[in-house]
Design a protein around this ligand. Structure first.
Ligand code: NDP
Ligand code: GDR
Length: 326
């Protein structure tokens, strides 16, 4: 039975990846931080067969202990301060977790592997945010990185450190440069879930206004369930490498609002949505669109859920939650 260790198991991707690996017969271990983390109960409910260990990406010895207790064949480093807007106000903690946390995890794996550094396969959750002020459209593995936020800068550091450990020590280390992926499990601070939850509340008469930031930003949005499949496929390759996962389609926040409101029968949302500077960012990533040709050709990976279907799935989920609560 192969064994996997996941950091960030309490997050959106951690839950989908746990389900995927369990369905493939893996023994799954996860690291949860904090002394009384409320998300531990969420993991227990969603994936009760997962083994949980206490640890933190800023605490190297806790990572070494988790590796010693789980003896994984594969490590998926999904843990991060992942909310871009938050990273400007908390640049230092973002750097410590999202940047230096990668170095800690790589070093823990290297020490754990002893004489055979490729014994444990390593996945790093890199991000399209690294492309920032895009230097090429669409963006691919070789596109020059130009991050626009403390989060993006920290991810660039983790990305290059992963490549460096692969080249310096021969580790089987892969970096997935993933474009935005969403689901009903997305945190409410991210724009897709903020919109799906608000549209559901507006449809149910519980809210009458939606306050947003920049409506002109464009993103390449896919479904998280598809993207964790791509992570797993990367680690099944004979060698570590870097891959972009993306849909190759881009949509604006306005498109997102169009599809979400139309799904509950509202065709004109202009009187409901208001923009407020508090949701604007000091620097914006304007046009993210990914080229996943390498993943398609090497991994046989392709997204299966369209943008419209994804948005409708999220609105339906939030409507069902509200109706169940009533
Ligand atoms: P989430 O924000 O849902 O999850 C982040 C996870 O990191 C949570 O489990 C969180 O734990 C954990 N974490 C935070 N701080 C620490 C710490 N100090 N030590 C250990 N764990 C910590 O993110 P997603 O699931 O959406 O994303 C997974 C990864 O992929 C992240 O690294 C993200 O940056 C990256 N990514 C995501 C994309 C997306 O569109 N979703 C696209 C590209 C990259 P807790 O519950 O305790 O807060
Ligand atoms: P992002 O996701 O920054 O792309 O990072 P987010 O959903 O937060 O923002 C997407 C775009 O929407 C615009 N926007 C708003 N965003 C939020 N959160 N709230 C609003 O009210 C709002 N109004 C407009 C933003 O300006 C932005 O342009 C996500 C995270 O998962 C990262 O961890 C990951 O690396 C990247 O995706 C790829």
């Amino acid at each position: 039975m192969p064994r996997a260790l996941i950091t960030g198991i309490t997050g959106q991707d951690g839950l989908y990846l746990s389900e995927l690996l369990l369905s493939k017969g893996y023994e799954v271990h996860g690291i949860v931080r904090g002394q009384n983390n409320p998300r531990r109960a969420v993991v227990r409910r969603a994936v009760p067969d997962v083994h949980l260990h206490t640890g933190d990406l800023t605490d190297l010895s806790s990572l070494i202990r988790a590796l010693g207790a789980s003896h994984p064949d594969e490590v998926y480093n999904l843990g991060a301060v992942s909310f871009v807007a938050y990273s400007w106000d908390n640049a230092r903690v973002t750097t410590d977790v999202t940047g230096n946390g990668v170095l800690n995890m790589l070093e823990a794996v290297r020490l754990h592997c002893g004489d055979d550094p490729s014994r444990v396969r390593f996945y790093q959750a890199s991000s399209s945010e690294m492309f920032g002020k895009v230097q090429e459209v669409p963006q691919r593995e070789t596109t020059l990185l130009w991050p626009r936020s403390p989060y993006g800068v920290a991810k660039v550091y983790g990305h290059y450190m992963t490549i460096n450990y692969r080249e310096s020590y021969g580790m089987h280390a892969s970096s997935g440069i993933l474009f935005n992926h969403e689901s009903p499990r997305r945190g409410p601070e991210f724009v897709t879930r903020k919109v799906s939850m608000s549209v559901a509340r507006i449809a149910e008469g519980l809210q009458d206004e939606l306050v947003m930031g920049n409506l002109d930003a464009q993103r390449d949005w896919g479904f998280a369930g598809d993207y964790v499949e791509g992570m797993w496929r990367m680690l099944q390759q004979p060698r570590g490498d870097d891959y972009v996962l993306a849909t190759g389609e881009t949509h604006s926040i306005r498109d997102l609002l169009d599809v979400a409101f139309a799904h509950v029968g509202i065709d004109d949302w202009s009187g409901i949505v208001r923009q407020d500077p508090q949701f604007m960012r000091p620097a914006e990533v304007d046009l993210l669109i990914g080229d996943a040709a390498k993943a398609r050709e090497t991994l046989g990976w392709a997204p299966t859920v369209s943008f419209d279907r994804l948005v409708r799935m999220m609105v339906d989920h939030d409507l069902a939650l509200l109706r169940a609560a009533r």
